[in-house]
Design a protein around this ligand. Sequence first.
Ligand code: 13P
Length: 250
Amino acid sequence: MSVRPLVAGNWKMNGTRSALKELGLMAEGYDAALRASVDLMICPPAPLVFLAAGAAIGTRIGIGAQDCHAEASGAFTGEVSAEMIADAGAGAVIVGHSERRQYFKETDAVVEAKARAAIRAGLAAIVCVGETREEREAGKTLGVVGRQVARSVPEGATPATVIVAYEPVWAIGTGLTPTTADIAEVHALIRKKLVGRHGKQAAGIRILYGGSVKPANAKELMAVPNVDGALVGGASLKAADFLAIAAAYR
Ligand code: 13P
């Protein structure tokens, strides 16, 4: 099955309103040739989602958020629901990023509930998985990632509702990446788990690779079997870098 690739940018806790000029530059560089071959998405910090969604109208660049609460509304001071994110104009939300799992102690059950909330609100859930350095060195990568996919991706996942992002924790922000063979092995496992549980249509669920994706390595990483795009951190903050990564699909 041919899957339309997605290059998504996770701005993390970076960027104020002035950063939206980069979104404008991305839109300018997202020309017909790129639009024909790859989807683009930017996930800015929550206060910028509404403005970014407005700025992105007519550009065909998707806007996503970086986290949501599982409930639709209520007494959860400081939290943002998937319904609010959808109402702000976004089309997707990242859930279970390793920084949330690590610093905010999010379990697979929490991530799964957030992913269900995203789908309930009409958003695509970008479900992140990935092993730590200790887990890789102990030979536990496939076990860990397999378990995270089984427990974090909700029942009934479809290509429209779920995107999986494989982000080895040790590759995030470090300049390190797994070998292409290692990435191929993990993505094949994720594909097998998705199809095994969600049926044949899960062959169309996009599986992104994330972790130190840069213009210099994008082409090689995006050519790995079952890699249907990238989730980019640092290199998504500047339009020139982000577009150079997307150009791997040109
Ligand atoms: P870097 O691209 O900065 O390594 O971050 C990856 C990431 O965590 C994207 O979600």
